[in-house]
Write a protein that binds this ligand. Sequence first.
Ligand SMILES: C[S@@+](CC[C@H](N)C(=O)[O-])C[C@H]1O[C@@H](n2cnc3c(N)ncnc32)[C@H](O)[C@@H]1O
Ligand code: SF4
Ligand code: SF4
Ligand code: SF4
Length: 437
Amino acid sequence: MTQTFDFLTAEKEINQSKAHFHVMAKPIGPVCNLKCTYCYYLEKENIYEDKKSTPKHFKMPSAILERYIKEYISSQPIENPVVQFTWQGGEPTLLGIDYYEKAIELQEQYSDGRKIENTIQTNATLIDEEWAKFLAKHDFLVGVSIDGPEDLHDCYRVNKGEKGSWDRIMKSIELLKKYNVRFNTLTVVHSKNVKHPLRVYRFLKHIGSEWHQFLPVQDRHATDEKALLKQVADDYAGETQVTEESIKPEEWGNFLNKIFDEWVRQDVGKIFVQQFDIALEGWVGKNPSACVHAKTCGDGVALEHNGDVYTCDHYVYPQFKLGNIRDKSFTEMATSHVQRQFGNKKQDSLSSQCRNCDYLQVCNGLCPKHRWNKTKDGENIAYLCGGYKAFYKHITPYMHTMRELLKLRRAPAEIMELIKLREAELKREKKKLKKSI
Ligand SMILES: C[S@@+](CC[C@H](N)C(=O)[O-])C[C@H]1O[C@@H](n2cnc3c(N)ncnc32)[C@H](O)[C@@H]1O
Ligand code: SF4
Ligand code: SF4
Ligand code: SF4
């Protein structure tokens, strides 16, 4: 019997060997025009000691750029209709518009009929009319880093002369709006703005951000002056101290709760707060889509300027390097045993406190990098655990209601009306009670 080649099965197998993973590219490495006091990435220059004194040497060469674009597109499964490129750093806009024009040409050349989308994460200090027109023309989604009103932003987001960056960013936001560029905001929650949740939230709404992402500072620095990288990963055995900009767990819980209370009464369906969206995903039984709350890690690698690939943007350490795209394919690195082990470690190393926690399905034990606190049994647990627990406890009744609405195929935004009715009813009952006394 002659055997015919089964193209359909073969294609399926080829696709199955392609992993769903994402790349965060650093086309200018850790180089930046700002010097935010809390920045976890600036010191990565120390890994590339030979280039440190010459920032332009951190520019991703065109051969690496081309290899990245070509291979990343071809590594994505066919059933992914859109291939998503994320440009980050350091400060990716330092490379200028021409660099990204070239990247777009290459994306078109290798797209193979796929839709390409670009996201750029920026401190927004260099956006001018030309940039805004370019970003609009190519429909970039722009992530703007802004920590709130001027005083709460400029305390840490400063340039090399210690001058605040807020004024310049506000001009950029106006330009993005003028040219209808899609943007969202990334707000670092640090020891100063954490005390002003509503000022921060209302400010973000006021500047027109409809998609808010809050990033809590929770960092430990090695006390050893000679450490190559001061901000340490969980495998560091030396002495450390929590940084001055880091927040306390109870402050994080309070920050989220205060914003949630306003959001759930006024803004559901209008403003997307990543923390709240993800919590709802967990409550309806989905695997949360943000890695910190997902069951496992390992789906997003970081690509440095010279082609080095690391397990994750938060694990850019020499011991977590998977290889270089000049020698290995992305698929090979992303599906390697080392990367799978890294990804599974998140679940495998959960403390028994997490395993028995009522919120495990929503929280999943948080990022392994931040599990440096000890439970009473001596197991490692996330530094911000207490804050998240307070938050999950606070939002439980609301999440249950939104889950029920979704089950009934109704919009979660209807919760706002339900709360209004309930609060009016409570007010009436209180009045009645007062009269009867
Ligand atoms: C390293 S920056 C690179 C992109 C660009 N330079 C910017 O600031 O948007 C990426 C994001 O990480 C945030 N970030 C920096 N240091 C942080 C820290 N220690 N904890 C939490 N987020 C931090 C930044 O504010 C920014 O939103
Ligand atoms: S702008 Fe971004 S990369 Fe630059 S110092 Fe600030 S957080 Fe770090
Ligand atoms: S290590 Fe942390 S940041 Fe990286 S994928 Fe895991 S949870 Fe996300
Ligand atoms: S809330 Fe705390 S105990 Fe519960 S899963 Fe998250 S980190 Fe673990």
